[in-house]
Design a protein around this ligand. Structure first.
Ligand code: ADP
Ligand code: MG
Length: 729
């Protein structure tokens, strides 16, 4: 007897487990950036004066003129065509969460049947994608359905290879015709500008040569691999990215034998291939290892400027999909592909770096540097304290709810882990007695400890914290694996910018009143340390004690997305975004609506998939098995055996009836709840109904499905089991 599951398992088992590694033929250093139109290549392809103009414009942060854009487009075209590129596209990040592109050929039929290859400044700078069906939160009415994409010169153009075809991709922002952002990138770029300006203003207290501050970001990406055939045989994985049922495999992660273990050869072949593809696109992938759960892995590039790091992470997700397919794998980047083992996160390692090369979150050696470090460090802590709810909202999605609301990964309570050394330092700074009248600078430091050079020590780590200081950067750990990091990074850059502006105002006020600069700085720092104490937590973030303690401290613990998103439309948030020019009220409202829609639609799809699995896949298989048991009992009776001979079979038949009845009736009840939820007009109410009324059925149904999986004949069970998904590779 064959079923879909067995053919999938068979295909997975018979894969080549010792694949040959394909060498790219050149050294990694030569491969690196070979598909990127970098500044270095612009120099080769641009006329000398155009290149000089470009560097001047970039340094001054000015807008690129049309004439210069014309030169650049010609240079880009020559470079791309020399590499066999035939098409170009604006590459953007709409609020769907995926990236979008629409390819146009360079080729253009000309007069007299002669064709030419054409790429103009206009085509480079702006496009009008026919994009009325991207999420827009009511901003784009159908009568003004045009949107436009506009070139982001701060992220270099690149060549994306799929199959045999090569496309020149130009990173762009995506706006409505009336100028509102419809993507992740536009608000991010605005927030980075705001942060740059605010941080430069504060850095100038310490060093006048600081004229630019850029944020840095290193993204650790977790994912699972599963054999492609097994993946395709599971409708839930195929359509929702996660398993909606499945009895946990007898062996899971309990032996802790996977983390940093030897990488299976077939997986390694995929990783090497992925790394080579990533290198070509200038993505500096450096680390690879096994993660905690079986078949879970992680890769991380070196940190980069934040806008570039985010583009690269989006590209990496695309590459993963493509390269995995080549190796007959599917990469699962959902936050929680399997209910009972660890989920996937995406740690965002974030800092701020000056044009003079100073990492503002790196504790220095001299008192002066200490004060600069302390200033930025404490301002970040204060910002997170003031706007914790916004950070929470910035990572809220249906998928991430499985991590944050549950007792795993960082909790839904935002707190900061500083580590013992820095925690002690802040306590000391807060309580130290500072001389009121300071004559010379050294006196100021009476009682203020010098910050010891921190050793980047892995033992002083707290994996349960959503926002941890790790030596010279903060690590925002609550970000979901499938997220576009622009959302949390826009929030973080914005709140830190706002905080630094407020800080500067307060310090300047004191200086105006005659307080010496360093003392004024210290006064405000001490005030901030006091004000933001509640957000600091060093203990176990997963514990119930912390949930209780956090409540006492007044920290929020918003477990699910629809309510976490409320903060986007509060007066405080609207003012924050509007004052700094990140997003208008209308853009904020639209974003809120899109996120709510996205939330309930995800749950709607999951509910439908559950319905299909229960009604037309599992139940029929279960009935078949149950019938064979009934036949068995009938036969035993027929040959004259008495009750005890078939007591267990009867029990089994009854037990199957109970479970199968429950999944069928609960699925029907869930459908009724869905109908009620669908009828709601208000999108927030709809999202809440899906969360509170529909979603609870998922676990009930899962429970009984898993029971059935344990008692039904393994040979008739139609869908791959978790032990197969997790261990056959
Ligand atoms: P882990 O947290 O797993 O120990 P690492 O400490 O090696 O990993 O760093 C994780 C990520 O942090 C890497 O992408 C690394 O480049 C990045 N990182 C290191 N320094 C900085 C910094 N100053 N700013 C931003 N990211 C950084
Ligand atoms: Mg980390």
């Amino acid at each position: 007897m064959s079923n879909f599951r067995f053919s999938a398992v068979e295909a997975a088992i018979s894969r080549d487990k010792r694949p040959t590694f394909k060498s790219p033929g050149v050294k990694p250093s030569e491969l690196f950036g070979s598909n990127v139109f970098s500044v270095r290549k612009m120099k080769d392809y641009l006329p000398k004066n155009a290149f000089e103009e470009l560097t001047a414009v970039i340094d001054a942060g000015e807008v690129i003129s049309h004439d210069l854009a014309e030169h650049i487009s010609q240079a880009m075209k020559s470079w791309a065509m020399s590499k066999g590129v035939t098409h170009y596209t604006h590459w953007f990040q709409p609020l769907t969460g995926a990236t979008a592109e629409k390819h146009d050929a360079f080729f253009e039929p000309g007069k007299d049947g002669v064709a030419i290859d054409k790429f103009t400044a206009d085509a480079l700078v702006q496009q009008e994608p026919d994009a009325s069906s991207f999420p827009n939160g009511g901003i784009r009415n159908t009568f003004e359905a045009r949107g436009y994409t506009a070139w982001d010169p701060s992220s270099p153009a690149f060549i994306y290879e799929t199959g045999g075809s090569k496309t020149l991709c130009i990173p762009t922002v995506f706006l409505s015709y009336t100028g509102e952002a419809l993507d992740f990138k536009a608000p991010l770029l605005k927030s980075l500008n705001a942060l740059d300006k605010a941080a430069v203003d504060v850095a100038q207290y310490f060093d006048k040569s600081v004229t630019k501050v850029s944020a840095s970001l290193g993204i650790e990406q977790e994912y699972f691999l599963v054999d492609l055939s097994l993946f395709n045989a599971r409708p839930d994985l195929l359509l929702t990215g996660r398993t909606l049922f499945g009895h946990m495999s007898a062996k899971g992660q309990q032996l802790e034998d996977h983390y940093f273990g030897a990488i299976p050869e077939r997986v390694l072949a995929f990783m090497v291939d992925l790394e080579n593809e990533a290198l070509k696109l200038g993505i500096p992938l450096k680390t690879r290892h096994n993660e905690v759960a079986p078949s879970q892995f992680e890769c991380a590039p070196m940190f980069e400027e934040i806008n570039l790091a985010i583009d690269h992470n989006q590209l990496l997700l695309n590459l993963m999909e493509q390269v995995a397919q080549r190796h007959n794998f599917k990469a699962l980047i959902h936050e929680k592909p399997y209910a009972e083992i660890n989920g996937n996160g995406k740690h965002n390692n974030w800092s701020m770096i000056t044009n003079t090369g100073v990492n503002l979150l790196s504790p220095g050696k001299t008192p002066k540097n200490n004060l600069m470090f302390l200033t930025f460090f404490v301002n970040v802590v204060k910002a997170v304290h003031e706007y914790a709810d916004l950070l929470r909202a910035s990572i809220a999605t249906a998928a991430n709810d499985h991590r944050l609301g549950a007792n795993e990964a960082p909790p839904a309570i935002i707190s900061i882990f500083l580590g013992s050394q820095l925690n002690a330092l802040l306590d000391e700074v807060e309580t130290a007695r500072v001389a009121k009248k300071v004559k010379a600078e050294p006196n100021l430091w009476h009682g203020i400890p010098k910050i010891p050079k921190l050793t980047l020590d892995n033992t002083d780590r707290n994996r349960t914290s959503p926002f941890a200081f790790t030596g010279n950067k903060f690590e925002f750990r609550a970000v979901g694996s499938s997220a576009n990091c622009a959302s949390p990074m826009t929030a973080l850059s914005t709140i830190v910018a706002a905080q630094l502006i407020e800080f500067k105002n307060e310090v300047d006020k004191q200086i105006k009143k005659g307080t010496k600069k360093d003392l004024a700085l210290l006064n405000v720092i001490r005030k901030y340390i006091k004000d933001s104490k509640a957000i600091r937590f060093e203990g176990n973030g997963y514990s119930q004690e912390w949930a209780d303690e956090a409540e006492k401290r007044g920290l929020s613990n918003i477990k699910t997305t629809p309510k976490a998103l409320d903060v986007y439309t509060t007066e405080k948030t609207e003012k924050l975004f509007e004052t700094l020019g990140i997003m208008s009220k209308r853009e904020g409202e639209a974003r809120h609506e899109i996120l709510l829609e996205n939330y309930y639609k995800k749950l709607q799809i999951e509910a439908r998939v559950i319905g299909e699995i229960v009604n037309s896949i599992i139940s029929p298989a279960v009935f078949k098995y149950q019938n064979s048991l009934i036949e068995n009992v009938k036969g035993l009776k027929e040959i004259g055996l008495k009750g005890p001979a078939y007591a267990s079979q009867l029990q089994l038949i009854e037990s199957i009836s109970t479970h199968v009845n429950t999944i069928l009736s609960e699925t029907e009840a869930m459908r009724q709840e869905r109908k009620l939820a669908n009828a709601l007009e208000d999108v927030r109410e709809k999202a809440i109904a899906y969360d509170e009324k529909v979603k609870p059925y998922f676990d009930k149904i899962r429970y009984h499905l898993n029971k059935l999986e344990q008692i039904v004949d393994d040979r008739v069970w139609p869908l791959p089991k978790l032990r197969e998904l997790l261990f056959v590779r």
